[in-house]
Design a protein around this ligand. Structure first.
Ligand code: G3H
Ligand code: 13P
Ligand code: ZN
Length: 312
């Protein structure tokens, strides 16, 4: 089937108490690993492309790779989504260039400005049959060149969400409840705890409205160890506990964003391969196990974390 929007997908996810995985793609092996996992588990899928991914791999290559995935997986609904669109022009370029969903991330701007930019993107997107994710609240961590420190991050204020959604007309809303981007989400020795009270309050104010969770990698220690044992240096990398993500997926969260875990799986596998096969130099030799590791990781997410296996 052709690329779809998130509309039907989120409605079913909300009602079914599960979330759809949104995985970042940057090259062919990543696209293949993710889509093979979705195909084998019959799960709906969101493939997302950041500004950095477009700069790295080129818009057209990424669109064509994702279109190839729809041909290889004809029974799986797939969304092509812009992750963290920084401005109207980037969103427009993706809307005009084949994406079915865009995120406008003006969350670092004052509320009125966030509303104004988001509304402009929504009007253009809806005129072209594309859906829009917006964000309220600020996550800590790194997105493209922007680094937000833990002190500057801020939980979403539930009292702002109705006005924001009504005035902008956005289709889904990313909120900040304690997750952050990257592999270092919590201080070692502290207990990671998402703010389910904020999520609960937001969903009371926006009944039936799909909520999005960014920064939702769990940073599996298996891969951190694999990296560190094979020449890497990632001390104190900690992610969101999987049971908390499962709980969020049972609530109003319909889309869960995962990128760092794919990077860890890919990097760990490649480091291990090189350590064990120092004479090999054919990229297919080390990219094949990296692709397999991504596939296994995504299958685990779909079945054990998102609960969306069999929902395609
Ligand atoms: O939220 C950030 C995503 O992990 C994408 O990262 O901007 O480095 O491609 P990137
Ligand atoms: P992670 O860094 O936790 O994988 O988050 C990815 C993300 O939010 C992409 O938008
Ligand atoms: Zn994000």
């Amino acid at each position: 089937m052709p690329l779809v929007t998130t509309t039907e997908m989120f409605k079913k996810a909300y009602e079914g108490g599960y979330a759809v995985g949104a995985f970042n793609v940057n090259n062919m092996e990543i696209v293949q690993g993710i889509t093979e996992a979705a195909k084998e588990t019959h799960a709906p899928l969101i493939l997302q492309v950041s500004k950095g991914a477009r700069a790295y791999a080129n818009h057209t290559y990424l669109v064509k790779l994702v279109e190839a995935a729809t041909i290889e997986c004809p029974d799986i609904p797939i969304v092509l989504h812009l992750d963290h669109g920084p401005d109207f022009e980037t969103c427009k370029s993706c809307i005009d260039g084949g994406f079915t969903s865009v995120m406008i991330d003006a969350s670092s701007k004052p509320l009125e400005e966030n509303i104004e930019i988001t509304k402009k993107v929504v009007e253009y997107a809806h005129d072209h049959g594309v859906v829009v994710e917006a964000e309220l609240g600020t996550l800590a961590g790194i997105e493209d060149e922007v680094q937000v420190s833990a002190e500057d991050s801020a939980y979403t204020r539930p009292e702002e969400v109705e006005e924001f959604v009504t005035k902008t007309g956005c289709d889904s809303l990313a909120i900040a409840i304690g997750t952050s981007h990257g592999a270092y989400k919590f201080k070692p020795g502290t207990k990671p705890q998402l703010r389910f009270d904020v999520l609960e309050e937001v969903s009371k104010r926006l009944p039936g409205f799909p909520i999005v969770l960014h920064g939702a990698s769990s940073v599996p220690q298996e891969f951190v160890t694999m990296i560190n044992e094979n020449g890497g240096n990632m001390p104190g990398a900690i992610g969101v506990p999987e049971d908390q993500l499962r709980q969020a997926a049972r609530m109003a969260v319909c889309k869960i964003n995962i990128d760092s875990d794919l990077r860890l799986a890919m990097t760990g596998s490649i480091r291990k391969y090189f350590a064990e096969h120092p004479a090999d130099f054919d990229p297919r030799q080390y990219l094949a196990p990296a692709r397999d590791a991504i596939k296994a990781m995504v299958k685990h997410k779909i079945v054990d974390v998102l609960g969306c296996d069999g929902k395609a």
